[in-house]
Design a protein around this ligand. Structure first.
Ligand code: ADP
Ligand code: ZN
Length: 685
């Protein structure tokens, strides 16, 4: 059996993701390895697969994220793998069971929380450990933000186990951290794998802020039922946004460090386990979240750097299915971020670097061509062709020679003595008489009213791009006054021209519409089938008290909908359907798939509506769904097609005997639904 066979059989995946095979092979060959791979790249599989594929021996996985550990173990168990986790949240009973399994040599994977490292050394020494895996290996770095002192004892464990095979995984790429990991965890030099940073399934988009609350609501409503994260800068804003979404009927919950521990855990837990929850959080939300089916990340405010941006959007689409990201930005964000850097801790060098990092993000926001190319270039990678999965690829921005309007704006800033913010400069350009223009005599200036050919919104777009291009800065000590930089001079003097993106408001609306089309994962006529599969998944997950994706990730359900397998063999070829899951869930999913895809395209419901019986039809259908798994909800599923419901509406049987005579109605159906249907029919007579 090859590793690929195991991948198909146990995990139900057709193929390795880029890079995985080489890592798996190297581990199977016994190498010590260090792997740097972006979030969502599929790190866990790289060590889980060898652990399972080998005929014997225990793989110990050290991971600092306990909730994540629990879910991974649940997912492995669902795939039929003997896995367990030792952490401080275990009950004594659970521990006893694990010790027994260890002693009997039954376990293939043991997850271990760092705080258990010391106490477990003796136990592990006699448990036939074949390999020690260190997840989130950057936690060993004393200079990093995630330092875990317990990680420093991993070296002792390695020595105690007699130079056991080591494998370290992290998403943190900088060379210093890599060197530190290599030094602290390995005796020699590990074989190192540095995986590319591209996440092609994430669509990338930026949009200028324009009534951001409405932008958010429109965006989330177009994706109703999907799990998503909305990032905002302040705690209070996360609460306001969550409330605004709830008012629109979206299950949205706030998350920030100011909430009490219990509320935070509850919100995080619901997000992790349920379908379609939207979290409105500060950046405090994310660490330790391993939900593979997050379908969108919406930045309501601009992040602080490209690194932060990439980490945050990286939480979407870890299952490899399409996921969307949108980042809003406006002049206020830019000013706010600059201020934070200036007022933050650190010396002048650090501040300069922080400004540079932020500049790189602004350049990404105002990029004229494919965003992914711009983004990957920042991480030192070259993408040869435009990606085809970003807003700029979908709709290349129109550039225009903006030298003249930019000169006008720069002069207006200069003539008003570099003392005002963007809005007042725009008022001057547009020749608006207001309290300030009068008080400061702006209406007498030569620049007053020279910009009437552009609307306010267009001016905002131009000014924002001027800021992003570094032609102006905002002086926070002087109430956010806009000031010219050195770079503005050649343009002001007419020695240099500048092109900007046309940010007309009409275009923005078009973009957003397009974005909501991308959101659809299956054709519209299949949405109902997908949602039925989801509710079956929900029920099965609840029964076992595991997150929904442990039963099947979104991508599997989408694949089922697209392929509509009619039997077990067909189902087995769907993404993520391994032998164990096929055995456990196959029948239930097939019955939904078959019941649905044989049905006629809803003529029954239309017919009922035409004869004024639409409500009856719906009520019968609802009853059919309610009783699909019997009164107790645990029977074998039984599906009533729309065709049969249409017949019931048409013929109005008033007894079980009359119902039996309807074509397509079986005895089993009468037994399960008979009385309920007849009651409903009587109500409508
Ligand atoms: P990381 O730890 O690198 O952030 P994970 O190991 O959590 O990523 O993997 C992310 C998701 O990708 C998981 O849902 C996993 O099941 C899925 N995945 C991993 N490898 C493959 C593969 N070869 N084919 C399909 N899906 C995969
Ligand atoms: Zn692109």
């Amino acid at each position: 059996m090859t590793a690929l066979n195991t991948l198909n059989h146990v995990f139900g995946f057709d193929d390795f993701r880029p890079g995985q095979q080489a890592i798996v092979d190297s581990i199977l060959a016994g190498d010590d390895v260090m792997v740097i791979m972006p979030t969502g790249g599929g790190k866990s599989l790289c060590y889980q697969l060898p652990a399972i594929h080998r005929d014997e021996g225990l793989t110990v996985v050290i991971s600092p994220l306990i909730a994540l550990m629990r879910d991974q173990v649940a997912a492995l168990q669902a795939a039929g793998v003997a896995a367990a986790a030792l952490s401080s949240s275990n009950s004594p009973d659970e521990n006893t069971q694990i010790y027994e399994a260890l002693e009997a040599g039954r376990l293939r994977l043991l997850y271990l929380a760092p705080e258990r490292l010391n106490a477990s050394q003796a136990l592990l020494a006699k448990s036939g450990v074949r390999m020690v895996v260190v997840d989130e290996a950057h936690c060993v770095s004393q200079w990093g933000h995630d330092f875990r002192p317990d990680y420093l004892t991993i070296g002792d464990l390695r020595d105690r186990l007699g130079g056991v095979q080591m494998a370290a995984f992290t998403a943190t790429a900088d060379p210093d951290t890599q060197a530190e990991i290599a030094k602290k965890l390995f005796t020699g030099t590990p074989t190192t794998f540095l995986r590319g940073f591209d996440r092609p399934n994430l669509s990338l988009a930026f949009a200028p802020k324009n009534r951001p609350r409405d932008q958010l609501i429109r965006y989330v409503k177009a994706r109703k039922g999907q799990s998503g994260i909305v990032y905002a800068l302040s705690r209070s804003k996360t609460e306001t946004l969550a409330k605004a979404l709830r008012d629109e009927g979206i299950e949205a919950l706030p998350y920030h460090a100011g909430l009490d521990h219990e509320t935070r855990t509850r919100h995080q837990d619901r997000f992790q386990r349920e379908d379609g929850i939207v979290i409105c959080g500060t950046i405090a939300f994310g660490m330790g979240i391993d939900k593979p089916d997050v379908r969108f990340v919406f930045h309501a405010d601009l992040p602080k750097s490209v690194e932060a941006y990439y980490q945050e959007i990286g939480r979407a689409g870890r299952d490899g299915a399409p996921a969307e990201t949108l980042t809003l930005y406006g002049v206020d964000d830019i000013a706010m971020r600059r201020q934070q850097i200036d007022e933050g801790a650190g010396d002048a060098t650090k501040k300069r670097m922080d400004h540079q990092r932020f500049n790189a993000l602004l350049a990404l926001a105002e990029a004229p061509v494919c965003r992914r190319q711009t983004l990957l270039r920042y991480f030192g990678e070259d993408l040869a062709e435009p990606c085809g999965n970003c807003d700029l690829c979908h709709q290349p921005p129109k550039m225009f020679d903006a030298s003249v309007p930019v000169q006008k704006a720069l002069s207006a800033i200069y003539r008003t003595e570099q003392r005002f913010g963007a809005e007042q400069v725009i008022s001057v350009l547009r020749g608006e008489i207001n309290e300030k223009t009068k008080r400061f005599g702006h209406d007498a200036l030569s620049v007053f009213g020279i910009g009437q050919d552009y609307s306010k919104i267009m001016w905002r777009g131009i000014m924002r791009q001027m800021l992003a291009h570094g032609l102006v800065t905002i002086d926070n000590d002087r109430h956010g006054a806009w000031m010219l930089t050195e770079q503005a001079r050649p343009i002001l003097r007419g020695e240099q021209s500048i092109s900007l993106r046309e940010d007309a408001i009409r275009q923005e609306q078009k973009r957003e519409k397009q974005a909501s089309q991308v959101a659809r994962m299956v054709p519209p006529e299949d949405e109902a089938l997908l949602s039925e599969l989801k509710s079956l998944r929900r029920r099965l997950a609840d029964e076992q008290n595991v997150p929904a994706y442990v039963v099947f990730p979104d991508r599997s359900l989408i694949d089922m909908v697209m392929r509509k397998p009619g039997d077990i063999d067909g189902l087995a070829t769907c993404h993520g359907v391994g032998a164990k899951k096929l055995e456990r869930y196959g029948e239930a999913f097939l019955s939904v798939l078959n019941g649905q895809h044989n049905m006629l395209p809803k003529p029954g419901r239309r017919q009922a509506a035409l004869s004024g019986q639409g409500a009856l039809f719906d009520e019968l259908q609802k009853t059919a769904i309610d009783l699909k798994y019997g009164r107790t909800g645990t029977d074998k599923p039984l599906v009533i097609s729309e065709k049969v419901i249409a017949k019931l509406v048409e013929l109005q049987p008033d007894s079980e005997a009359a119902m039996t005579r309807i074509p397509g109605v079986t005895e089993a159906m009468v037994n399960r639904f008979g009385i309920a249907f007849i009651t409903v029919l009587a109500d409508y007579r």
